[in-house]
Design a protein around this ligand. Sequence first.
Ligand code: EPU
Length: 429
Amino acid sequence: MEKFVINGGRRLTGEVAVSGAKNAALAIIPATVLSQDICVIENLPTSISDISYIIKALEYIGADVKLINSSTLYIDARRVNLYTIPDSITTHLRASYYFIGALLGRFGRANVAMPGGCYLGPRPIDQHIKGFELLGAKVSAEDKATVDVRCDKMRGTGIYLDVVSVGATANIMLAAVRAQGTTVIEQAAKEPHIVDLANFLNSMGADVRGAGTDVIKIRGVEHMHGCNYSIIPDQIEAGTFMVAAAATRGDVLIKNVIPKHLEPITAKLVECGAAVDENDDSVRVRLDRRPGKCNIKTMPHPGFPTDMQPQMAVLLSLADGQSVISESIWTNRFRYTEQLMRMGADITVEGRTAIINGIEQLKGASVRADDLRAGAAMIIAGLAATGKTEISDILHIDRGYEDVVGKFGELGADIRRLYCPDGSAAKAL
Ligand code: EPU
């Protein structure tokens, strides 16, 4: 069992480079099975555990995967010969469901155990299934443990999503690129990683248009080939550093970003009084006084991302005044507030709304990372607080953030990873 131990109260200053986007990579890596060819993918966050598990899944079905360097993968999908992925792999991450669409596209058949991932409330996949069925597939998920999908000949069609879903949009795209005729996804998700997936599929010879808008048109193709591709920077890792800079009243240049993807986060930080300078591929965030309050409502892109909601709650816990956060994507994404309150935060949760009365200072405490972004919030809280913070259950953080100690350490944070054999006595790693 490992923990992060943070001695807080230091301003973050300096420069940090953001890794490639986890949620783009998690769709793009399974997409490589659509070709019987070789893909080389750059700017991947290869050291996070979600990527390790998606690679394990790919190897399980027969792909040859090699790490060319710390952020580049060589994937040879020519010998992929299985359409089954067991729960020993899928249980570790949400994105294992992208193999359903990708294997359906490759073999007309997929048998994938139900995905795991962070608990943020119920996470149904009915819209994925609706899409596959409309393409002509027979889907059975009766035992609720495995999704079995088969289709001799997928046919393009109109698919109207009842909820805006990143996962359903991506999964339907993965299958539809190999359907006969044109598929039109309406009420599609518009996240940057949806656009990245479309660009990757097009680099493999697919014909996907309109990604980044509500309507995506996919003209099926008979053949897809290998390609070289570089993944976009991680919007949420960038946003996490931006908020950490502001919460510690620091001055940080965050490099390898696409500033346009960060606009909703930038807008809220500016509302709180931070200075955010945008350059071509970096942003500088500065705050030298107590943050101001602001209200946030999470929304699908280009709205404020739910995956930045816990981190912003830390900043607002320190703000001058009362802020209100409304969570409209997930039904249970305020569990972390209990941990934040152990550090002195004044937060009242009513259903999907959190009312935050800002306090002058958080105090270090022993807290838990309830999920990935909750864990990121605990790191920011620990960095901004006085005294020592110990964060347990950091396996959730390791799912999505590369080199936490190295990156925050370079910015002047006092953060260590400790090994605790019995959950309490900490030994340096
Ligand atoms: N939904 C349905 N039916 C479906 C699919 C989704 O009702 O078939 C609902 C969900 O219950 C939720 C909403 O639609 O209320 C949005 O869910 P979505 O499908 O967009 O989420 P997801 O694809 O499961 C991805 C990210 C999450 C991120 C959400 C929202 C990946 C692997 N995960 O999840 O990222 O919170 O989109 O932006 O891409 C994270 O990185 O920490 C993380 C949780």
